[in-house]
Each structure stands twice: as structure tokens, then as C-alpha cells.
Ligand binder design. Structure first.
Ligand code: AHR
Length: 515
């Protein structure tokens, strides 16, 4: 039997809610169809924003949404997406095989309305490849200057007298690849320019708008040697002379699953189940490695003794993460993939990694929210389906802003992959207002697992939710939208040592106890 000891007496760092953020991009059917249908659409909408998507995301409340890309951000000109919609220029979207005209109907104001409706903060990603320092500076002016300037007046004429107060600004995207094939030194020079040109806004009473949170491009998390070199070289260049503000360092990590033609998204072998699950676990080592390099890099910044300088509080951000499967031949749009219980398990384990490392990573965005890669929602014509991933985020909401609880886990190794060991049980626990939330993942393809939970203090069982326990390939479709959905978990049984429970195969369980 596996055993989880919860040391509730020793509280850990707070789980930043921003670790549950999402990413949306002009790619495939993410925005066109998935989020934006237009006011004249027969699909019910709120000012052109798809109502069912808005409602489902409002329930999930992603704390931050990153937009407009991704790779798309590095060719996006924000002026194409403001003003009267009928007069906006038509451009071409070649992003990851999207191959469609882009009518620019979902621009700055529409994105801001979307964020307001779902209760998220925006993260704007700037164009460093085909844009300019001036263009990004003006976008920030347009969004955040209170009133009086030509750009603030233009925003008011376009419908928002109130400034948007956009706090997070990404300077480029994947600049080591599609974002310009920069060297780390070359990118660091660009970053210095863009960040120094960044205007400041607001008053000390409104710090969110006076101190913009600028995010630099971190490494390709999937390339071991390149990622080490990128971070070392970036910080070497950044630490010279004077430094502009630096709030976050954006590492991207995808769990690639494109090699094996036999591994289909909704029909895979037991070996493929474990291989993909073990693949997502590598992120924990990547975070550890990159956090150490970041600390080392920041320590090189020259400063008079005892001074805190820009960059000192810089934390890792994971702006894109998720499973990236081999696209099915009949995929209706670019990078479209179904999400099964395999994706739900890797999503749960990835969130666990972020939670465990919440002192090192401040924000993370799942790629992408709708119709692209590791989605929480899939749209089919006028129908929207919640994927198993959606329910993982929902069940994990209780961890937001709670304190991590120290755990001792005794388990067995089920599978040793190149990138990680799949254990018989994975767990994370947090505590808020005297309530402990503990999640347990049984990653076994075929077997249930008995687990003993032991608390270091008296604990009373409150409630439990469960996802899975069925075929590992289970997923939701318009015909069977609730094939996978949250069920009430059977209560654990009180015993002398604590609480005993049996976790069904391929399942995620979240229990709550009152201390
Ligand atoms: O999320 C899909 C793409 O993956 C993004 O546009 C890019 O940043 C990454 O390579």
C-alpha cells in the first residue's frame, strides 16, 4: 500500500493562483471559432464573443490569459486590430499551418472585453520580430495612459475612456526560434532596448499601473544544451552595465509525442500511456535547472552593496506548456487535438510540479485554452465540449493561494522512462483557512491502488471529487459530452493510522479535510 504523510505543522510557500493561467493565439480555431464568432453569428455570443466559451472559462477563472501569441505575436501589428471592425485590414495567418485570412476582428478591445468577462488579467505579448520598439511603446501608451494624450484619446474614441491597466508585457516570443532566430546575446540587446523604452503609468497608490511587469524570452525547455546556454548567455549580457526592468523569464515546455505513428490521440497502447506521462515529469528538472541558472545570472548583476536592483525579484514563468501530440489526419484545424484521460493525468501532474515549485515559478499558461493542443475546451460547430483537462483545473482550484503542505510519499515505481519515473501515486496538498486539499493521481493504466493518508494532527473528512477510473483513452465529444466529468469520490475510510482509500486506475482524486 502507498502512504502519504501530511506534515501540516510546517507550512510552505503560497501557491500563486497565476500558475493556473491560460494562453490563446491566432492559430487554427483557437480564436476564430473558439472564442470569436462575430456579432452576426447564429452561435450565441456576447458582442461577438462565443457565449458558451465565455461562460465555461468564467467558471474556471484563469487568473491570467496570454495573447496574441506565441509565434503569431511576433508578426502582429496591434493597429490592425483597433477601430471600426469593418475597416480593419485583412491579413494572412500562416501560423502553424493555419492558412487563412485574418480579419482582425478580435483585437485589443475585444480581448480586453473577453478578459473582463471571464475575470482574467491580460498578458500582452509584443512583436520584436516585425515590429519595433516604438510600436510596442505605443501599444502600451494606448492601453494604459489615463487621458490627455493622442493615444489615450484614440482609445476613448474606440470605446474605452478608462485605461486598460495592462500589467504583463512579454518582449518577443521564442526569439531563439520562430521569433527571430536570435542568439541569446542578440536578444538580450533587443530586450534592453524594448524594456528601457517602456513607459511608466499610474501613481504609487496604483502600483499595478506604475510598474509594468516585463517578461523576457526564456529558453526552449525541450532542448537541454541550448536551454542552459541561452539562459547563461542571456544573463551574462543582461548583467552588464545598467539593467532595465525584468519581472519574468519565460520558459516554454511541451511534452512532445509526435514520433510514433501508432500512437493515436484517442487510441494508444499501455506503453504509450506511460511514455507520455513520464515525459511531462521532465519539467520538474528543467525548472530546477533554470531556476539555479537564473539565480546565478541575477547574482552577476553589478550593484552597490545591499542594493536591490532590477532583476533581483525575477522569477521563472512558463508561458506555454502542454502535450503536443502527432496531429490526426482528419484534424479540423491546425494543431487541433482531442484530450483524453492521458492528457488529464499529465495536466494534473504538471500543475503539481508548478505547485511544488511555487517559490520558483510565478505564472504558467496552458497551451492553449480552446481548440489547440492541450485545450480545456473544444468547439464543434455550435457545440462546446469541456475536455478532461478542464475538470482538472476545476478540481485544483482550491489550491489557489493556499499554502503548500509538506508531504512524505512512499510509493512504487511503475515505469522508468527516459525523462521521468512514473510512481504508483503522485500527490500534492495545500492548506487554506484550516482546510487541507490533497490531490492524488493514480497513473496506472490498468490497476486501482490502495493509499493510506496520515496526518500529523487531527483531521476530519469533508468532501471528495474524482475524475477518471474508466478507459484511459476516455474523452468527451459532442455526442457524449459527459463521458468524462467530475464525480463525487467515495469517502476514504478512517483507520487507526489515518484514512484509507482506493484510487481507481487512471484517475485524479481531490479530497478536503478540516484540521
Ligand atoms: O502553442 C503553439 C506554438 O508553440 C506557439 O505559437 C509557439 O510559441 C510555440 O512554438
Amino acid at each position: 500500500m502507498d502512504k502519504i504523510e501530511l506534515i501540516t505543522g510546517e507550512s510552505g510557500p503560497v501557491v500563486d493562483e497565476r500558475l493556473h493561467s491560460q494562453f490563446i493565439e491566432f492559430l487554427g480555431a483557437c480564436i476564430a471559432e473558439g472564442i470569436w464568432v462575430g456579432e452576426d453569428s447564429e452561435i450565441p455570443n456576447i458582442h461577438g464573443l462565443r457565449r458558451d466559451t465565455v461562460e465555461a472559462l468564467r467558471e474556471l477563472q484563469p487568473p491570467v490569459v496570454r495573447w496574441p501569441g506565441g509565434c503569431f505575436a511576433d508578426t502582429y501589428h496591434w493597429r490592425d486590430g483597433i477601430g471600426e471592425r469593418a475597416k480593419r485590414p485583412v491579413t494572412y495567418n500562416n501560423n502553424f499551418g493555419t492558412r487563412s485570412l485574418e480579419y482582425n476582428q478580435f483585437g485589443t478591445h475585444e480581448f480586453m472585453e473577453f478578459c473582463r468577462l471571464i475575470g482574467a488579467k491580460p498578458w500582452f505579448n509584443g512583436n520584436v520580430l516585425s515590429g519595433s520598439v516604438g510600436e510596442l511603446r505605443e501599444w502600451a501608451e494606448y492601453c494604459n495612459r489615463g487621458k490627455g494624450t493622442a493615444l489615450a484619446e484614440e482609445r476613448a474614441e474606440n470605446g474605452s475612456a478608462e485605461p486598460f491597466g495592462v500589467e504583463y508585457w512579454g518582449i518577443g516570443n521564442e526569439s531563439w526560434g520562430g521569433g527571430g532566430c536570435y542568439t541569446a546575446q542578440g536578444y538580450a540587446e533587443e530586450y534592453r532596448k524594448y524594456a528601457s523604452a517602456f513607459p511608466s503609468f499610474g501613481t504609487p497608490e496604483k502600483p499595478f499601473s506604475s510598474g509594468m511587469k516585463l517578461i523576457a524570452v526564456g529558453p526552449d525547455g525541450n532542448k537541454p544544451q541550448e536551454r542552459v546556454a541561452w539562459t547563461k548567455d542571456f544573463f551574462e549580457a543582461f548583467s552588464q552595465y545598467r539593467q532595465p526592468p525584468l519581472y519574468g523569464y519565460d520558459l516554454h515546455f511541451y511534452n512532445w509525442n509526435i514520433q510514433d505513428p501508432e500512437d493515436r490521440i484517442t487510441a494508444f497502447s499501455e506503453e504509450a500511456w506511460y511514455r507520455v506521462i513520464s515525459g511531462c515529469l521532465e519539467l520538474e528538472d528543467v525548472i530546477e535547472e533554470q531556476y539555479c541558472l537564473l539565480q546565478e545570472g541575477v547574482s552577476k548583476i553589478r550593484r552597490p552593496e545591499g542594493w536591490q536592483v532590477s532583476g533581483d525579484n525575477c522569477r521563472l514563468v512558463v508561458g506555454e506548456w502542454g502535450n503536443w501530440h502527432r496531429p490526426p489526419e482528419d484534424a479540423p484545424s491546425a494543431l487541433w487535438q482531442q484530450c483524453t484521460m492521458r492528457d488529464a493525468v499529465t495536466s494534473a501532474l504538471t500543475l503539481d510540479i508548478f505547485h511544488r515549485n511555487c517559490g520558483k515559478v510565478s505564472m504558467a499558461c496552458a497551451a492553449q485554452a480552446v481548440n489547440v493542443l492541450n485545450s480545456v475546451l473544444l468547439t464543434f460547430g455550435d457545440k462546446t465540449v469541456k475536455t478532461p483537462n478542464y475538470y482538472v483545473f476545476q478540481m485544483y482550484k482550491e489550491h489557489r493561494n493556499a499554502k503548500a503542505v509538506k508531504l512524505n510519499v512512499t510509493s512504487e515505481t511503475l515505469f522508468r522512462g527516459e525523462k521521468g519515473k512514473v510512481e504508483s501515486v503522485f500527490a500534492f496538498a495545500s492548506c487554506k483557512a484550516g482546510k487541507v486539499t490533497v490531490n492524488l493521481v493514480n497513473p496506472s493504466y490498468r490497476e486501482e491502488r490502495e493509499v493510506l493518508l496520515c496526518f500529523d494532527s487531527k483531521a476530519e473528512y469533508c468532501s471528495g471529487q474524482q475524475l477518471g477510473g474508466m478507459d484511459p483513452t476516455a474523452h468527451n465529444t459532442p455526442e457524449q459530452p459527459d463521458a468524462v466529468s467530475i464525480q463525487e469520490a467515495p469517502s476514504p475510510a478512517a483507520c487507526e493510522e489515518g484514512w484509507r482509500t482506493v484510487l481507481p486506475k487512471a484517475s485524479i482524486t481531490v479530497y478536503q479535510f478540516r484540521l
